[in-house]
Design a binder for this molecule. Structure first.
Ligand code: ADP
Length: 214
């Protein structure tokens, strides 16, 4: 199954993608994670995108499309994948359509208040990337990852000013993708205002129907 997950920052795509990826055995390809990895390793790409990410702006389309094209050329994605955080602009979606055939674009919907409270309480493991929330998904020990014992931190772009900027960028550049995929009849919608489990419960029948079709 070749899926893309759409939704505002904080709508839950990343957390849900991790769970679905495990349950269905298909890799999760998160451009945000790939960029953060590059920044952490201090590669040329990392140096180029560090400031852009801290400000909550978007990395240029050509850079992002090249990264995804390379990632999707590796054999582990041949049978399927979940693209999490890509595409984020109409030109990225058009570029993707030029080299991949998708099964569906899943849009995770939830209101602004939910998004802001999720982002400002989000904590991420520095070692394995697992996502927590101080109230909704607390780790067993404060500041420590349940999975690997790594240190939990607040992403630089999960601070107030960047959050507002990311929501603005989402509205201007990413939201138009909803009608883009609706026109292609590839859009499915999930209400992600409740828990991760609730979103996955809504998603299962959708994925089953897609599987039957393919
Ligand atoms: P979010 O929680 O905002 O969905 P991500 O982890 O997906 O965060 O992305 C973090 C940052 O990485 C973005 O704010 C942006 O700077 C960069 N980024 C990730 N994916 C893309 C993309 N498809 N196009 C451009 N920039 C991207």
């Amino acid at each position: 199954m070749k899926l893309i997950f759409l939704g505002a920052p904080g709508a839950g795509k990343g957390t849900i993608a991790t769970a679905v990826s495990k349950e269905y055995g298909i890799p999760q390809v998160s451009t945000g994670d790939l960029f953060r990895e590059a920044v952490k390793n201090g590669t040329e790409l990392g140096q180029r995108v560090k400031g852009i990410m801290e400000r909550g702006e978007l990395v240029p389309d050509e850079v992002t499309v090249d990264l995804v094209r390379e990632r999707l050329s590796r054999p582990d994605t041949a049978a399927g994948y979940i693209l999490d955080g890509f595409p984020r602009t109409v030109p990225q979606a058009e570029a993707l359509a030029g080299f991949q055939r998708l099964d569906a674009a899943i849009n995770f919907k939830c209101g602004d208040e939910v998004v802001i409270s999720r982002l400002s309480g989000r904590r991420v493991c520095r070692s394995c990337g697992a996502i927590y929330h101080v109230k909704n998904i607390p780790p067993r020990r404060e500041g420590v990852c349940d999975r690997c014992g790594g240190e939990l931190y607040t992403r630089d772009d999960d601070r107030d000013e960047s959050i507002r900027n990311r929501l603005r960028v989402y509205r201007e550049q990413t939201e138009p993708l909803i009608s883009f995929y609706r026109r292609k009849s590839e859009l499915r919608e999930i209400d992600s205002a409740q828990s991760v489990e609730d979103s996955i419960r809504q998603l299962r029948p959708v994925l089953q129907a897609l599987r039957k079709r393919s």
